[in-house]
Design a protein around this ligand. Structure first.
Ligand code: AMP
Length: 149
């Protein structure tokens, strides 16, 4: 059994691990759903952040949310995609972090979400932190502790 004092581990802050806003694909709250689906398909991501015109974080939209919305009684009604906006289908109850939060705060939130958005006090979007980044960081710690044991 390997034991380690928590003060021996210096956990980084969210700002050291996040993907900055300029590198994150996003959609705007007023965009039609066909545009949002195009962004999701072209970027290859299953979900992306939703921002308003002032770059404030509003929620998250995913391919499955859009497809669910277009599912009619017997078929997908894709022709309705440009009648609806992102606002109608996005999830606006997702958690959010701030740059100063620690990696451990991110870890707790990433249990239920593949990525968490980072915003400042005014709600302006700063970037995202992903489950992959946190797992890589923990893998690094694990190997460092193992070497020390
Ligand atoms: P990953 O852990 O790298 O697989 O990313 C998890 C999720 O975070 C992806 O499925 C996307 O929904 C989101 N994501 C990761 N990187 C980006 C990015 N550059 N722009 C937008 N969304 C991203």
């Amino acid at each position: 059994m390997i034991s380690v004092q928590s003060e021996e581990l210096d956990f980084p802050k969210v700002e050291e691990l996040m993907i900055p806003a300029e590198k994150v694909a996003h959609v705007q709250i007023g965009n039609p759903l066909d545009h949002a689906l195009l962004v999701l398909l072209k970027s290859g991501y299953s979900a992306v952040p939703v921002l308003d015109a002032k770059f404030k974080f509003q929620g998250v939209i995913s391919k499955s949310m859009i497809l669910e919305e277009t599912l009619g009684i017997e078929q997908f009604e894709l022709n309705h995609l440009n009648d609806m906006t992102v606002e109608k289908v996005m999830d606006n109850s997702v958690p959010c972090l701030q740059r100063e939060h620690s990696m451990i705060d991110a870890l707790h939130k990433l249990i239920d979400h593949p990525f968490i958005c980072v915003a400042n006090d005014e709600g302006e979007f700063d970037g995202i932190i992903t489950r992959r980044t946190i797992l890589k960081q923990f893998s690094k710690y694990y190997h460092e502790i193992w070497k020390r044991a």
